[in-house]
Write a protein that binds this ligand. Structure first.
Ligand code: SAM
Length: 503
């Protein structure tokens, strides 16, 4: 591909582009990076056959703003430098203290959740996977999530491919390279047993998409986010630090890079010192709701669900016999709006008072068993706390009453997915779509499970359904039941997942 010659943007247009990039991705385009931005703008203007950079800007911010094109611009401004076992002192702290402590803590539940946020081409996430292989002789019994996310889709494609040049191995001990990589021409390929431990996804850290069940970012035990925050400004960093805090389980760990912002940004965390490095930990207060302490259930078929009643609008052929109860009209949606007392409980949860929120919702459930909101929100909050058994119990109690409630089937699917019960989660997502064909997040979740189950064609079809349902909708529209995810954001995630499947 020949490079497009750069252009010089007028100062005001440069500032407009810089502020658009900041708002969308958190990235600061400093004066030193002005020429990078100018090159990227020139390239995208030419590629989109537009008359001028001004026109490109109008297209990016216009009503029908193109999220994928904007993403392309941002991607060109990211720095993807990374390598295996980058920063020896941090990996020693992980190997010698942090991961062993987490393993001890989670041995009763056999579940670990790690997140490499800003993973670039994947070396960091695969390094974590290698450490877990070394530390867990009984790895097969564990339900492990190593989530690796980035905003750069090309990097994610490389990560999924898992083939690296020798330069990526400059800090890895030779015995580990020999044990976990296979030579492939002039590259080295990650061994399949390591590759399948990592889940790569698109996620923009500047967006309000975490913590959320939708993005698999709840109850994390460890977040590694290194050499990402240095490209953001202080305001974005404070926001990201706060979201990471909410995303972590109690006493969960946050590892940031050496050159990251001042400790003040992370003041809600405790500081733990290790030789040659500092690591943050979510304050280790005693958990009021101890984590669900039974082992994760095996992937057994879900108990046969009660047969779904026919859709409520089906014409009734004959008048019901007088002694029969009148035909029941099953609800497909929770009654809007969210009642004020439920909102009060949710606000408590949002500021970290999960025990109080749950107590209030339980009291509401008891006082008014006909109200559908308390069991729904209890299931959602328990799921966010990764107390999956309690979450499942509440959502099942709701579905017994209202078997056509699309949002409840969707939530049940997410809960089962978190528990590693993929087959059963698939059934729930299907039930969600059966109840409401236009429940776009149901299609998205269905696609995600199919992709994980190695059914790329079916997954692609389900992703296409997502796109079809979102055509013409305002990118800023917040989707119902989606933890504040917008139409634009879902389109970005869908495009990125489709590319990963195709690549
Ligand atoms: C220098 S790499 C760091 C890779 C790895 N964490 C390491 O330290 O070796 C920075 C990564 O952050 C990603 N990034 C930048 N802005 C981001 C955002 N808003 N959301 C998610 N990732 C972002 C970039 O695409 C890039 O891959």
């Amino acid at each position: 591909m020949t490079a497009t010659p750069g252009i010089e943007l007028a100062d005001d247009l440069f500032l407009q582009y810089a502020s658009l990039v900041r708002e969308k991705s958190g990235l600061e385009v400093t004066p030193a990076r002005r020429s990078d931005l100018e090159r990227a703008v020139a390239d995208l203007t030419a590629r989109s056959a537009l008359a001028s950079p001004d026109k490109l800007y109008q297209l990016l911010v216009g009503q029908a703003g193109d999220p994928v094109l904007l993403d392309d611009l941002i991607t060109r401004l990211t720095v993807g430098e990374t390598h295996f076992f980058r920063n020896r002192p941090q990996f020693e702290a992980l190997q010698n203290v942090i991961l062993p402590e987490l393993i001890e803590k989670r041995r009763a539940v056999l579940r670990l959740r790690l997140w490499s946020a800003g993973c670039a081409s994947g070396e960091e996430a695969y390094s974590l996977a290698i450490l877990l292989r070394l530390l867990l002789p009984d790895l097969a019994r564990w339900n492990i999530l190593i989530l690796a996310t980035d905003i750069n889709r090309e990097s994610l494609e490389k990560a999924v491919l898992g083939r690296y040049r020798p330069w990526s191995f400059r800090e890895i001990p030779p015995d580990l390279k020999a044990a976990f990589f296979v030579s492939h021409g002039d590259r080295f390929e990650v061994a399949p047993k390591i590759r399948r431990m990592v889940t790569f996804r698109y996620l923009n850290l500047a967006e309000d998409s975490y913590p959320s069940l939708l993005t698999d970012t709840v109850g994390m035990d460890l977040i590694v986010c290194r050499n990402v925050l240095i490209y953001f400004n202080e305001e974005v960093n404070r926001l990201v630090a706060r979201r990471f805090h909410e995303t972590l389980a109690e006493a969960g760990w946050l590892v940031v890079g050496h050159a990251e912002p001042s400790q003040d940004i992370f003041r809600q965390f405790a500081v733990r010192n290790f030789p040659g490095t500092v690591v943050y930990q979510k304050s280790a207060v005693v958990e009021k709701y101890p984590a669900f302490s039974a082992p994760i259930l095996p992937d057994v078929p879900a108990p046969a669900p009660a047969p779904l009643p026919p859709p409520a609008r089906r014409p009734v052929k004959a008048a019901p016999a007088p002694e029969k109860p009148p035909a029941r009209h099953f609800l497909k949606h929770l009654p809007a709006p969210v009642p004020a007392e439920i909102q009060t409980a949710l606000r408590l949860f949002a500021v970290g008072q999960s025990a109080e929120a749950i107590q209030q919702l339980k009291a509401l459930a008891e006082a008014d068993p006909a109200n559908l909101w308390p069991p729904y929100e209890l299931a959602r909050l328990y799921a966010n706390l990764m107390e999956l058994q309690a979450a499942e119990t509440w959502i099942d109690s709701l579905l017994r009453r209202e078997p056509l409630l699309a949002a409840a089937h969707y939530l049940r699917g997410l809960i089962l997915q978190e528990a590693g019960r993929l087959e059963a989660s698939l059934q729930s997502f299907r039930a969600c779509i059966y109840a409401d064909h236009e429940f776009v997040l149901g299609h998205f979740a269905l696609a995600g499970v199919m992709a994980r189950q190695n059914q790329p064609q079916r997954a692609l079809k389900a992703f296409e359904n997502v796109e079809r349902l979102l055509v013409g909708r305002d990118p800023a529209e917040i989707l119902p039941d989606g933890d504040l995810v917008t139409v634009g954001h879902l389109l970005e995630m869908t495009a990125a997942q489709k590319e990963l499947l195709a690549g």
